[in-house]
Design a protein around this ligand. Structure first.
Ligand code: UD1
Length: 432
């Protein structure tokens, strides 16, 4: 299995470009099959979660043509086989978007239940509530979620929890329902807006995406469209925090600065300098950072997908910080790994009490999930000496060319394989 061998201590310096947003691309690629015409989707990130959803839509008959590494033509006119049982789909949470897409288009969806990241209980009751409100019969059979309707009829849906997935899924199905659907307490994340913009570019009539009330006037059918996916705010944030942790100076291009406000304000609060232009943000840190308190919240609050990364930098700050995770349970599994690097962090329920230490020391550590993996890489970049970061397969689900981009900023990072003798000889050579 591949792992990253990282020699910490180099400040990251330079410029890096951000890829398309994985969490926008997943629903957009699912929604692309809702028309029988061809759609062209640009700025698709080349990460394994995206390859999985593309494999799933191919498996049911969609024609997917790769124009270049980041551009795909999708045609859903030949879909022949509704059950989505593709092995790849079991591994990704975002496969649930195929339920909304297929239910909207064919009034019938049957998709293997999603797994996704190992960050605690992740129910889909709000998705089911929404589909039922639109008139679908929804049941779980043989590990599949099955949704069927004679017809879909617009409805007034109040989400009990703010859910990105449920908001987008209901929006997709409702786009092809009869009449008006109103989603209240909707998620406001940029990827909700991006997916609404894509559906609208296909002829849907969605208003209010980005606020907590979304109105969808159902249309008869959707048509083809050319669309470019927004930049990934979490990838951008990860590089911003990597710059801060290594006392670096990194300019991050192809970002929408508005999406990064909760991150830039925290970084300023703890002593970083931030310069923002139209499509770039520069993060500089030249001294030990200060402590603060953080609570994850739905957008525009501090994102749960940046919680491990901020905990890592607060672990090096001067003073004690409190990090509260309010979205997912079990999202502090990586703390045990950080403690092995010398961090002083105590987890009580959904709160981490972080006492800053002057530095981490390199260790052999294992990623428990995607974002925690990114956080551990940041810790290794800032640490004294060598770290081996294992189970990087999680990181590759959501970060395109992560080691290469870090290396271009001066990081000392190599991708090795613990089953390859040559790799292991190289590893011994590096640390000796
Ligand atoms: C998406 C993102 C994930 C991000 C999360 C929150 C994708 C593929 N994943 O996940 O990276 O961390 O948003 O920004 O886009 N909930 C329910 N019932 C439901 C649905 C959700 O109780 O039916 C709860 C969840 O357990 C969680 C909260 O609502 O506590 C938010 O979850 P949600 O926004 O749905 O996250 P995902 O869409 O799964």
């Amino acid at each position: 299995m591949e792992f990253y061998s990282i020699k910490g201590g180099n400040p990251l310096v330079g410029e890096v470009g951000i890829s398309g947003a994985k969490n926008a691309a997943l629903p957009i690629l699912a929604a692309a099959i809702m028309t029988n015409e061809t759609t062209v989707i640009e700025n698709v990130p080349d990460v394994s979660d995206i390859r999985a959803i593309l494999s799933a839509i191919r498996s049911i008959g969609a024609i997917v043509t790769e124009t270049d590494r980041h551009t795909f033509k999708i045609n859903g006119s030949q879909i022949h086989d509704i059950p989505v049982v593709d092995e790849a789909v079991k591994k990704i949470r975002g496969s649930y978007y195929l339920i909304g897409a297929l239910l909207g288009k064919y009034h019938h969806a049957s998709v293997t239940l999603p797994k996704g990241c190992n960050i605690g209980l992740r129910p889909i009751d709000q998705h089911v509530k929404g589909f039922r409100a639109l008139g679908a019969d929804v049941r779980i059979e043989h590990g599949m979620i099955v949704a069927e309707a004679d017809e879909l009829v617009g409805s007034h849906i109040y989400l009990d929890v703010v859910s990105v997935g449920a908001t987008i899924n209901i929006m997709m199905a409702a786009s092809l329902a009869h009449g008006m659907t109103i989603i209240e307490n909707a998620a406001k994340e940029p990827h909700v807006v991006d997916c609404a913009n894509f559906l609208n570019s296909m002829g849907a009539r969605i208003r209010g995406a980005g606020t907590d009330v979304i109105r969808i006037r159902g249309v008869e059918s959707l048509h083809g469209s050319d669309y470019s996916i927004i930049p990934d705010m979490i990838e951008a944030g990860t590089f911003m925090f990597a710059s801060a942790a290594t006392r670096g100076d990194v300019t991050i291009h192809n970002v929408i600065p508005k999406h990064l406000e909760s991150l830039t304000s925290k970084l300023e609060e703890i002593g970083c300098q931030i310069e923002t232009s139209d499509e770039a943000v520069r993060v500089t840190a030249n001294k030990r950072l200060l402590n603060t308190h953080v609570k994850t919240l739905p957008y525009p609050g501090f994102p749960t997908d940046m919680q491990p990364q901020i905990t890592v930098i607060l672990g090096l700050a001067n003073g004690t910080s409190i990090v509260t995770e309010s979205i997912f349970e079990s999202r502090f599994k990586y703390v045990d790994e950080l403690v092995r690097m010398g961090a002083q962090i105590k987890v009580e329920g959904n709160t981490a009490i972080v006492t800053g230490v002057p530095s981490y020391t390199g260790a052999s550590i294992t990623c428990p999930d995607l974002r925690a993996g990114a956080g551990l890489v940041i810790a290794a970049l800032a640490a004294e000496g060598y770290s081996d970061v294992h189970d990087v397969i999680y990181i590759e689900r959501g970060y395109e060319d992560f080691p290469e981009k870090l290396r271009s900023l001066g990081a000392d990072i190599e991708v090795l394989d613990d089953e390859d003798p040559e790799s292991m000889r190289r590893r011994m050579h590096l640390v000796s």
